[in-house]
Ligand binder design. Structure first.
Ligand code: GLY
Ligand code: MN
Ligand code: MN
Length: 433
């Protein structure tokens, strides 16, 4: 993200905070995978949103109206010894020249300097409860000021949730963010489309996963969440990640995968027949889920409320299940009682952005939120009929989800992932080709 946009974000946040407040936010810590091996580093999304700074061991402080500079960054000091092993560190000079900080200090000096930045401010905006170790340090910095109360030093009186403000900002995407999401969607949709030429009986689920990882890495990204490649009845396990079964010739495979690239995620699900042709039962369930998705997508437009897509999808699914004899009863009553949740147990979507399940409230003042241009969400109804369900065995083991990523526009929505085929004709045509 370019520095001008990052600076605009900090300014927006600082206007909200006002000159009685101060904000402190830390980079994500590094995490041990095993012994001396670390997990690949993933920056905290809020920290990245406000700073663009990629390293761990960093703390950003925003002090609205401070004459000597409003944006102070604490970060690692450059150290030739360390850089020999781990590569270049950004350091304080580049934190200012390349990352737009007004001033930067070594992270090792934070205990000495940070309390002074909080002094005289009433509200301390900070993430709360996300990282207990950092919460403790914040309290220690505030206590360092309180200890000097008799010398007339004023410590912040209130802790305020920084996340809530930043998350409302992140919910509505800028033009540059939309470009990133569009690119993540484009790459991910192409990866799903390529699977139509790859999938065949006898492969293992991890071989399908490998194809996706190849496409994500060669576009300088990584999976936004663990790839789900569930074949046969594994498609009914919502967060299946074992990915080690052989693809059954007569089964479906549900593939839920998206890239995270340049800080933004895609989240696409397609469900395909391993043989290239849907069986009669698979075809009926698949078409029902697709019809539910079409109905849900029709509700994605500005001014419509968040839950309308879910309500539309649910109505189509429940009516279809009744017609097929998979549910017994009257549609409204079944929806009211929630009985359909045995086969459709998740919601029809979520916000999408830097995090796959992105931030932002779904209700405002107790009411479902209205969609606005610039919001991005998934639309992903599904039906899952695991073995042992109380239905004719011919339906058992079928699991279908179809998931697209939508940008709300001024007059409706833009489906960012429609390049991944999803009609029965398109899927069977491509798999036969
Ligand atoms: N991939 C997680 C989800 O679809 O929500
Ligand atoms: Mn998904
Ligand atoms: Mn999703």
């Amino acid at each position: 993200m370019d520095n001008a946009e990052l600076a605009r974000r900090r300014d927006t946040l600082m206007r909200h905070i006002g000159e009685n407040g101060v904000a402190v936010i830390a980079a994500a810590p590094e995490r041990v995978r095993n012994r001396d091996v670390l997990h690949p580093y993933r920056q905290d999304s809020d920290f990245r949103y406000l700073t663009g700074f990629p390293e761990a061991d960093a703390v950003a402080v925003l002090v609205p109206g401070r004459d000597q500079g409003e944006y102070i960054l604490f970060c690692r000091e450059r150290d030739p010894q360390r850089e020999t092993w781990q590569g270049r560190t950004i350091g304080q000079d580049a934190a200012v020249s390349d990352y737009g900080a007004d001033d930067a200090f070594p992270i090792a000096d934070i205990d000495d300097i940070l309390p002074g930045l909080l002094e005289g401010r009433e509200q301390l905006y900070c993430p709360m409860g996300a990282d207990p170790a950092f919460d403790q340090r914040l309290i220690a910095w505030v206590n360092a000021l309180r200890a000097r109360a008799r010398a007339g030093v004023k410590a912040p009186l209130e802790y305020v949730s920084l996340e809530h403000v930043v998350h409302e900002m992140r919910l509505v995407k800028s033009r540059a963010e939309v470009a990133c999401l569009r690119e993540a969607a484009r790459i991910s949709a192409a990866a799903h489309r390529r699977l139509l030429e790859v999938i065949r009986p006898g492969l293992r689920e991890y071989e399908i996963e490998a194809e996706l990882l190849y496409d994500f890495r060669r576009h300088n990204g990584e999976p936004a969440y663990p790839v789900i490649a569930g074949s046969g009845a594994n498609a009914c396990v919502l967060h299946y990640t074992a990915n080690d079964a052989e693809l059954p010739a007569d089964g479906l495979i549900l593939i839920d995968a998206g890239i995270e690239r340049a800080g933004y995620a895609a989240d696409i699900t397609r469900t395909l027949p391993v043989s290239g042709r849907f069986s009669d039962e698979q075809r009926v369930i698949y078409q029902l889920v697709l019809d539910a998705q079409t109905a849900a997508l029709e509700q994605v437009r500005p001014g419509q409320h968040w839950n309308a897509a879910h309500e539309a999808a649910t109505r189509v699914l429940v009516a279809g299940l009744v017609e097929l004899g998979l549910l017994d009863g009257e549609v409204d009553a079944l929806i009211e009682a929630g009985d359909y949740r045995r086969y459709f147990m998740h919601r029809t979507g979520h916000w999408l952005g830097m995090d796959v399940h992105d931030v932002g409230d779904y209700k405002v003042d107790g009411h479902w939120r209205e969609l606005e241009p610039g919001m991005v969400l998934t639309v992903e109804p599904g039906l899952y009929i695991p073995p042992g369900s109380p239905v004719d065995p011919r339906w058992q083991g079928i699991g279908v989800r179809i998931e697209d990523n939508c940008l709300v526009t001024r007059d409706g929505h833009d489906n960012l992932t429609e390049a991944a085929p999803k009609t029965i004709a398109d899927i069977e045509g491509a798999m036969a080709g």
